[in-house]
Design a protein around this ligand. Structure first.
Ligand code: 5GP
Ligand code: MG
Length: 183
């Protein structure tokens, strides 16, 4: 696929995961998640980590056959294709989470720094249970954070689409892909 805005830079977008593949996998994840909570609670408190998780979160909760409360946090660490290492919290949960069954919904776990930061803070609210679902986990790092529900494991390549951006572009591609220089 050739995106007009990139024409001058001779960059193409390669598809890695088709929309259909993503949606099918999310349905399976929803079954795994329901299965995990079925003897524990009938109400899940799901936290969408903005902005990248927006489409994954939406598709996941639409497929969950249980009560789901929504929270949103907005956290960022990337500039371009590089993690800055500094995590900026732009907005945070304001609902009480004590005693709740909390599921953090992430788009992608790379170094794990963002997730570690989020989990450390959420633990202070004393939820009954704190789990993590991510659409993508990069295989490169040994971040040591147990991730309970993983959509896809991928090699170390900078991904775009289905919520993932490159400097705020490409989030609305319905598939997941990567940029390739055609030189
Ligand atoms: P980490 O802190 O685990 O290194 O990175 C987590 C956050 O960085 C993700 O939630 C996501 O917002 C961003 N990120 C990590 N890898 C990628 C990538 O390949 N593509 C894009 N667009 N964002 C990424
Ligand atoms: Mg993210």
């Amino acid at each position: 696929m050739f995106l007009p805005s990139e024409r001058r830079q001779h960059v193409t977008v390669e598809v890695l995961l088709e929309e259909k593949t993503i949606k099918e996998r999310i349905k399976q994840l929803a079954r795994e998640i329901e299965n995990y909570y079925k003897d524990k609670t009938d109400t899940l408190h799901a936290i969408c980590v903005l902005k990248g998780s927006i489409h994954f979160f939406s598709e996941l909760v639409l497929n969950l056959n249980m009560n789901v409360n929504y929270s949103f946090v907005h956290v960022s660490s990337y500039a371009g294709t590089e993690s800055t290492g500094r995590i900026r919290v732009k907005s945070w949960v304001d609902e009480p989470l004590q005693g709740k069954y909390v599921l953090v919904v992430e788009d992608i776990v790379d170094t794990g720094n963002t997730l570690r930061y989020i989990l450390n803070y959420l633990r202070k609210y004393k939820p009954a249970d704190l789990k993590v679902a991510t659409l993508i986990e990069k295989e490169k790092y040994q971040h040591g954070i147990p991730i309970d529900f993983v959509g896809f494991k991928v090699q170390d390549v900078f991904l775009i689409g289905y919520g993932l951006d490159y400097d705020e572009k490409y989030r609305n591609l319905p598939f997941i892909g990567y940029l390739k220089n055609d030189t």
